[in-house]
Design a protein around this ligand. Structure first.
Ligand SMILES: Nc1nc2c(ncn2[C@@H]2O[C@H](COP(=O)(O)OP(=O)(O)OP(=O)(O)O)[C@@H](O)[C@H]2O)c(=O)[nH]1
Ligand SMILES: [Zn+2]
Length: 367
């Protein structure tokens, strides 16, 4: 989107990419070490594209690709890049403020880092289909877990022309989203885009939501052009390979930064118990008033959650959804633990085999 020619060497050329006093202070030791700051706009195959005040630099990620997949450099990170060399290496990245993680597969529950330093998680929900509050709650848990502030945008509002119906739908979603702003938007009328643009102008945002929710349409409205389609086109260099200049992180014309990585779109829960808690904050608030601190809200006396169910202040659907997401999350965590346990067990078997061998040696070589 931004051509490198428009990125002259200015003191705050990176401001459009989120550079501020906070990051400048964090980066100070690296600057003292002669490294260049930049924001990662794309990561692929051992290399990454870093937006610096000199424009985009292709850099090697060997130093920032540790064994732990959650510590691998990713889009949105603030990188410290060498000023010279071929290849130029990313030597480090700044501690993340927030991070989106997903479970890579159902077999091995290992997290994968998808995006770093995101401030707003915009959850797109289509009004063209029946609202699925459970799914919205799932996205909200994921968003809260990342550390970003969630925001729900009900898209395709033009398909709900009756204002009362629209207001009712918004309230319905609001009951499933405590502490979260719920907006409506339409690409047809343009309604809502300005409000969204104003919110995302302060910081870095991601768009979450299922296929067809209207994420690309929202992104294009924010970008003021069809960048999302442009990114998919092939490089016309006669070599028939894909363009390598596609960015997953873009500066918005109205301010703010948008991250759109493919994996983010289908992101699932990964060890998100805190996020689930935040997504159901009214239930956790109630639970604080239960007589027993370990109340399961099943049949315990003095249960504030059950009392709220009984007097109608807490919808039953909310409690069921909360339980469902907690169960789902615990299954994922248990899977991770199982893998860890398997590794520990292997370790233990190795040690005990060694122990047996040592013991046999002491006894004169007889096993
Ligand atoms: N009527 C109406 N249709 C819309 C609106 N926004 C998006 N659409 C349509 O909804 C469909 C899906 O929109 P996309 O923006 O591609 O959805 P997406 O979430 O990016 O989908 P994926 O790329 O599959 O993840 C497209 O056919 C859009 O034209 C809107 O405000 N009103
Ligand atoms: Zn209780």
């Amino acid at each position: 989107m931004t051509s490198s020619s428009s990125l002259s060497v200015r003191p705050h050329a990176l401001a459009a990419y989120g550079w501020d006093e906070y990051w400048a202070a964090e980066f100070a030791p690296y600057a003292a070490g002669g490294l260049l700051p930049g924001r990662v706009v794309r990561v692929d195959r051992g290399q990454c594209d870093v937006m610096t005040e000199d424009g985009v630099i292709r850099a090697d990620t060997a130093f920032v690709t540790p064994h732990d997949p959650l510590r691998v450099i990713c889009t949105g990170d603030w990188a410290a890049v060498e000023t010279t060399g071929n290849p130029r290496y990313v030597k480090a990245y700044l501690p993340r403020r927030t991070a989106f993680v997903r479970s890579t597969s159902s077999q091995r529950s290992e997290g994968q880092i998808l995006a770093a330093n995101v401030d707003h998680a915009v959850i797109a929900v289509s009004l063209a289909v029946e609202l699925d509050l459970g799914r919205i709650e799932r996205f909200l848990a994921l968003a809260w877990e990342s550390g970003a502030q969630p925001l729900v945008v009900l898209t395709k509002a033009d398909l709900v022309p009756d204002p009362d119906t629209l207001a009712y739908l918004v309230r319905d979603v609001e009951t499933a989203a405590p502490g979260v702003q719920v907006l409506t938007a339409s690409s047809l009328t343009g309604e809502g885009t300005d409000v969204l643009a104003a919110i995302v102008s302060g910081g870095t945002s991601v768009l979450l939501g299922i296929s067809g929710a209207g994420k690309s349409t929202l992104a294009n409205a924010l970008l003021g052009e069809d960048v999302m389609d442009v990114g998919a086109t092939r490089d016309v260099d006669g070599k028939g390979r894909h363009t390598t200049t596609t960015r997953n992180l873009l500066a918005l014309p109205g301010g703010g930064v948008l991250i759109d990585t493919p994996g983010l779109r289908g992101v699932g829960l990964f060890d998100a118990e805190a996020g689930v808690g935040q997504a159901f904050s009214e239930i956790e608030d109630l639970a604080a008033d239960c007589r027993f601190h370990d109340c399961a809200h099943e049949a315990e006396p003095g249960c504030a959650v059950l009392a709220a169910l009984a007097d109608g202040t807490l919808p039953e659907r909310r409690l069921e959804s909360y339980r469902k997401l907690l169960r789902e999350n615990r299954r994922i965590v248990a899977k991770t633990d199982a893998r860890l346990r398997a590794e520990l067990h292997r370790d233990w078997r190795l040690k005990s085999a060694q122990g047996r061998a040592n013991y046999a040696a002491k006894r004169g070589g007889r096993a």
